[in-house]
Ligand binder design. Sequence first.
Ligand SMILES: Cc1cc2nc3c(=O)[nH]c(=O)nc-3n(C[C@H](O)[C@H](O)[C@H](O)COP(=O)(O)OP(=O)(O)OC[C@H]3O[C@@H](n4cnc5c(N)ncnc54)[C@H](O)[C@@H]3O)c2cc1C
Length: 439
Amino acid sequence: MKPETPPGHIDSFYAATMPPVAVRPPLQGHVQADTCVIGGGLAGLTVARDLAGAGQAVVLLEAQRIAWAASGRNGGFVSPGYAEGIEAIERRVGPDDARALWGLSVAGVEYVRDTIAELDPAGVAPVPGWLKVLRYDDAEGLRRRARIMAEEYDHPRDFWPVERVRETLRTTTYFQGLHDASAFHIHPLNYALALAEDGVRKGAVIHEMSPATRIDRSGGGWVVQTANGSVAARQVVLAVSAYGAGLWRPLERAILPVATYVVASEPMEDRLAEAIRFPGCIGDTRRASDYYRIVGGGRLLWGGRITTRRSEPSHLADSLKRDIRAIYPQLGDFRIEHAWAGLMGYAINKMPIIGRVGDGIWACTGFGGHGLNTTAMGGSLIAAAIANGDDRWRLFSAWGPRWAGGPVGRAATQLVYWKLQVRDRIEERRARRNDRAGA
Ligand SMILES: Cc1cc2nc3c(=O)[nH]c(=O)nc-3n(C[C@H](O)[C@H](O)[C@H](O)COP(=O)(O)OP(=O)(O)OC[C@H]3O[C@@H](n4cnc5c(N)ncnc54)[C@H](O)[C@@H]3O)c2cc1C
């Protein structure tokens, strides 16, 4: 029988496999803190945990449940890098800063790895390895990319020829691949719950079901209001991602909400193990890539498709099942046990917005589709800035909050996605034709 979804969470594989956690009481009355963190996703939780660890009085306000949003719904891939490609980052800030930024993204991966090793939380289940595969034939291009990453960013990845990819993933959809041994996958909701628990152990106070409704200047600091209480704090950290609702407009206007979808199948151990012989993360290089992995009990957890439309497609489970069966027809028919959507917050240039955006106001947001390492890195950078004056967040200054264009921006982005998807399909069709001709 399908387990019940805990109150306040959506129906997902993760919510169905999280431990029972009581709601942390909503904020009542007026309290004081050194820092008020708004948003209990991975970004806000990391800031709160690190600040509490540094001896600060921290209050975190979460509108719903901890990691109720993207942080508890994602693919669970923890890998270096950003939503933006390293080439574009290098073009923007030059090779030295690009290398420093890449190093920070690796530090984010290490933060997650070290935290799991330290806390040893139940049900996070890290599994190493990430295989990124091409849906068209380009051995030379992929080798070149691997060389650049190894030589210029000290980040070696193994090149896998077509034969090895197809021996491991039993489909003719893919060509060559790169294997990154430094990446791994986790149960992100259980990881977020462990961060929250450790933050509280270190002294942070967390209030769930407590949406912040406004932020007002008061003396040398700020007062954050909720329906039944308020927090006076010298510093405020905004970590609300795609859910801004009038708290700090310049920041919210810079974030574009983009939806993406995930399904989890029923257990299909032997069939799945035969088709997918790789236990780590798997993804392709499409602009809206398929990403998937095998999770507990021989289930396939599969994510894909992106759109700026907020409404969930009516046949979400069927659509993703069709995508899966187009690649692995040998899986035959199977039941989708959970299907869900999640909202990512993207800045216009696909880089996170990390840093001071007002006197005592900090942003830790805009992590897009690459947030597991970057929320850890961004959260710890902001905590270090507030606690010790660490100014490494300035590396992100090149990408301060810029208006994302509102509804027009959403429509324009959707057009770009469609155009890129069409281009992907054309490249892939050509590759398949050549593959058949060569066979
Ligand atoms: C389906 C999906 C798959 C993904 N897969 C991956 C992946 O495999 N690897 C990867 O690296 N990244 C992935 N991502 C991206 C990653 O999940 C996000 O970048 C990351 O979780 C963002 O964390 P966050 O804390 O910034 O935002 P969120 O997790 O969205 O948290 C924001 C929180 O703020 C709260 N909030 C909003 N307004 C208020 C308010 N007024 N008061 C109080 N609280 C408020 C919300 O309730 C929410 O809990 C994926 C995302 C999605 C949606």
